[in-house]
Design a protein around this ligand. Structure first.
Ligand code: AMP
Ligand code: MN
Ligand code: MN
Ligand code: MN
Length: 294
């Protein structure tokens, strides 16, 4: 499927041309699947997976675009999970069969509460003096049932209240802030089971972003592995170099494979680039080995 020469695993800071985590405007990215594929290819990507939140709708267009420009491509998804009652995790499914019924039904269930949650966010932010969040966020969402916190963030930027979506998150949208509305997503077991039922590879996305102490991280990794998880996303644009080293060691300890992705949503200054992800330590057992041409 792709050339072995793509992995010059040398310096820790370099980018690699493999991206197994990104978002189109079918979830909370801004580019269409075809635009994403084009940009990834222009950036020199040698393997790409589109992993929209809880939906598979962008994959047909992405496949077609990837085929047209000869870019190796995997069908992917990023499933929202609630773990231990309050912790939101993201589980990526790579190389999934998009026709799988169990996966499709599961995702439909996970998607179903987003509009109700947006109503609650609207009310919470109204109490902080910010008007029009419900309609405003929906205007930014191409796929309305998938509306999420990122669309709210873009609306607040549009209002001129903040310069970047990141600062909106910090002020209003993360746990403990006024606009954060707790939500119940899929269970970890369900997400992994759906992905495996669809012949996919379950990957724990950006593990350093969950603020888990060491004991809980061990608990999560044990559970993930026991339920059929296969890889952790060590190379994430949302990880520091120290976190990359740390999670590469966790992967080794739990005999999990290693994945990498940009988590690209939109082009912005100092943001991640589509088609590229951070370099990994030399001795990682990478998840994409199974898709390389031999
Ligand atoms: P939702 O699924 O609607 O709760 O939104 C989750 C999405 O919000 C993630 O996939 C990211 O795109 C974005 N997000 C979450 N936390 C942050 C943060 N602290 N800064 C920027 N974006 C964030
Ligand atoms: Mn997102
Ligand atoms: Mn995520
Ligand atoms: Mn993501």
């Amino acid at each position: 499927m792709c050339n072995k020469k793509i992995m010059p695993l040398t310096k820790a800071l370099q980018s690699i041309h493999i991206d197994l985590h990104c978002h189109s405007n079918w979830s909370d990215g801004v580019l269409s699947p075809a635009e994403l594929v084009k940009c990834a290819q222009e950036n020199g990507a040698q393997l790409l997976a589109l992993t929209d939140h809880d939906c598979l709708d962008g994959l047909a267009e992405a496949n077609q675009a990837a085929l047209a420009c000869d870019l190796p491509f995997l069908n992917g998804v990023e499933i929202s999970v609630t773990w231990e009652k309050t912790c939101t995790l993201h589980i990526i499914g790579l190389a999934i069969d998009v026709t799988n019924q169990q996966l499709n039904q599961g995702l439909a269930m996970v998607r179903s509460g987003r509009l109700k949650r947006l109503k609650k966010m609207h009310e919470a932010l109204l109490s902080a003096g910010i008007e029009g969040v419900y309609e405003g966020a929906l205007c930014h969402a191409t796929n309305k049932p998938l509306v999420g916190r990122m669309h709210v963030a873009r609306y607040l930027v549009q209002l001129g209240l903040f310069d970047t979506p990141q600062s909106v998150f910090r002020h209003y949208l993360v746990p403990g802030k006024i606009g954060y509305v707790p939500h119940h997503w899929a269970s970890l077991k369900d997400a992994i089971t759906w992905i495996r039922d669809a012949k996919g590879i379950p990957v724990l996305a950006h593990p350093a972003r969950y603020n888990l102490d060491e004991a809980r991280m061990i608990k999560l990794l044990e559970e993930f592995e026991r339920l059929g998880g296969i890889a952790i996303e060590v190379g994430s644009a949302r990880h520091s170099d120290a976190e990359i080293m740390r999670y590469a060691n966790w992967a080794k300890r739990f005999k999990l494979e290693v994945s990498a992705g940009s988590d690209f949503h939109a082009p912005y200054k100092n943001g991640s680039e589509i088609g590229l992800s951070p370099q990994l330590p030399q001795d990682c057992q990478v998840v994409w080995q199974r898709w390389l041409a031999t």
